[in-house]
Unconditional design. Structure first.
Length: 270
């Protein structure tokens, strides 16, 4: 026996099924239109649930990252505070040290008045200050010696340095001077093809000036007529002097009837 079954949703009777099958199996019937609609809605529901799960997972991950960032920010803030505390402590320590060690100029002068205003010490300090070159090297007592014969060998030894000292002392004897040498050294890399210049450091600026005044007398000597002495100049001073000598040479060649000389670094026509 069969009976007409109505659609569960729209209640439309369109198909007949055996009554016993319907009763036995508890069938519920949907028309094709309602069945498609229900299935589509179920798919959408499942998709929405899956999407919601994925979104929830992303939100949870972002919340974890946010918590980690907040922890890092808090740690950095703690470090900044610690560094600020250390900086304040260091600044306070420096300030305390300066306050404890600082002396006023008047107190120093009053304590060491005699030494401070001593003319000889003031003069020496002034000379030392103006003698300092731009490269912060004190050249005030240095004598440059050129073309002085050098001992052969690949390196300088104590023996070669002693020979150079004796040679400088002989130059002083030729100039009728007896002065103390505080240091003697060659300048530049040693070479078999050329003789290195030498720097002889004297005990005072006055001794250097005395020797420079007698520099021309070396040309009249038998043993040192090819030796040339002069002050220890900086690179800038050497370049300036080189250009001046080139100008002097050019003027002499172009004006042979005139006499040009170099006096105190200035070209003068006599």
């Amino acid at each position: 026996m069969s009976q007409k079954m109505n659609c569960l949703l729209c209640k439309t009777a369109k198909t007949e099924f055996p009554a016993d099958v319907n009763i036995a199996r508890g069938l519920t019937w949907l028309c094709s239109y309602c069945f498609t609609k229900v299935r589509t809605n179920q798919f959408r529901t499942n998709l929405a649930e899956e999407t919601e799960k994925e979104h929830s997972k992303v939100v949870r991950d972002l919340e974890k990252e946010l918590l980690n960032c907040q922890k890092q920010v808090i740690d950095l803030q703690k470090k900044v505070i610690e560094l600020q505390d250390e900086g304040l402590s260091a600044a306070k320590a420096v300030s305390d040290t300066v306050k404890s060690e600082m002396k006023t100029f008047s107190s120093v002068i009053s304590t060491n008045c005699a030494a401070a205003v001593s003319p000889s010490k003031l003069q020496a300090a002034f000379k030392k200050t103006i003698a300092l070159t731009p490269d912060n090297v004190d050249r005030s007592c240095n004598l440059m010696i050129f073309n002085l014969e050098e001992e052969k060998g690949s390196v300088d030894t104590a023996a070669t340095v002693e020979e150079d000292r004796k040679a400088v002392e002989k130059i002083l004897e030729e100039l009728n001077e007896k002065m103390k040498l505080t240091d003697v050294k060659r300048v530049g890399a040693k070479s078999e093809k050329k003789t290195r210049p030498m720097i002889a450091t004297l005990s005072s600026r006055e001794n250097l000036l005395t020797l420079l005044k007698k520099a021309r007398e070396l040309k009249k000597t038998k043993n040192f007529h090819s030796v040339y002495i002069g002050p220890d100049r900086t690179f800038e001073e050497r370049e300036s002097r080189r250009k001046t000598l080139e100008t002097l040479k050019r003027l002499r060649s172009e004006n042979s009837e005139k006499q040009y000389v170099l006096r105190k670094g200035v070209i003068v026509c006599e």
